[in-house]
Design a protein around this ligand. Sequence first.
Ligand code: SF4
Length: 391
Amino acid sequence: MSDDSVGVYVHVPFCERVCPYCDFAVVAARRLSPDQEQGYVDALLSELERRAESYAGRRLASLYLGGGTPSLLRPASVARIIRRVHETFDAAGSVEVTLEANPGSLERQRLPGFRAAGVNRISMGVQSFSDITLKRLGRAHRAAEARLALAAAREAGFDQLSLDLILAAPGQALEAFERDLEEAVAFGPEHVSLYELSIEPGTPFALADARGQLRRPNETGVLAMLEQAEHRLAAAGYARYELSNFARPGFEAVHNRRYWERRPVLGLGVGAVSSDPPSARAPFGVRRQNTRDLARYLDCTGRAESAEDRDAEIFDAATARGEAVFLALRTARGLDSARFSDEFGSPPRGFWEASIDELVGRGLLEEAPGGDLCLTDRGRLLSDSVFQYFV
Ligand code: SF4
């Protein structure tokens, strides 16, 4: 697949506190000291300088500051990062610049500064408008702060606002989730991301779950929430363009789409993942992940990196094929059979004839006359079991 653009992902690992379900590369830092902040941004920019060559000549399509909590950075640091990324890559038209923000009061005050720094899209980690749910999730903010932060983002001039909601939180009933949806819709963001709480090994929630202390909704309850979300958001004009993402027409996330379409992404920072473009040595591309150890990452700033600093997975054809199907089927557009065939030498049926017949027969997959594939409504609800057919 030819593509001359690049998306840049910048990971900021600091969080006010570490939530008990979180498995990201994060460290607790209630307030970042100026030195700590500058040291990390220096390391990021040094990594950008070292690695930009592998993406030389590509045009910048998107920049995403995620985490962690990037809104813990001061606007001047965010401006520094944005400026340097723009100096490194020419822009491919207008560039989507997203910053993930937590709805704390400190971050709320910084929103105008982030706008002035060049951020044009805010992804607000609301999670829920219920204080009980937020407390059970171990989140640092409360619902009232989320409401204030959303209003402040609009006041600061952000006309691209995404709101994160969580479902299947401990003790969360369908009615409570419906109230979250109603409030989200009433606020009217351009984009909504909806994540089912997942229990990651090694987290405090995994321990509590093993002891039977979490009281999570069962599978039927989760399916009811998902159905309700699709129905309510569709009625309010949001299309489910990817399994976890809903948008008003024209407001689909540019950066996130790069992952589903397997386009190159340069990931900077602790634990950041990069997707290198295909090359002669790796015709199906390479996925790299930076060390998740902050001290080791900072240590890379002044020296050449060693193999231990970054894991690299060179895709073979079979892994890349499975990945292409898995990612494309997550999207409403589905899998383009002709494009798949161009890359892998045969349409999906050439590799998974029996699986496709079975899934179509069970009403989980739809196959267009040209061989394009997409999940049916039922397939979306049972997507995990569909994906297992393509590994
Ligand atoms: S705020 Fe987000 S990134 Fe930070 S610890 Fe909580 S879930 Fe993890």
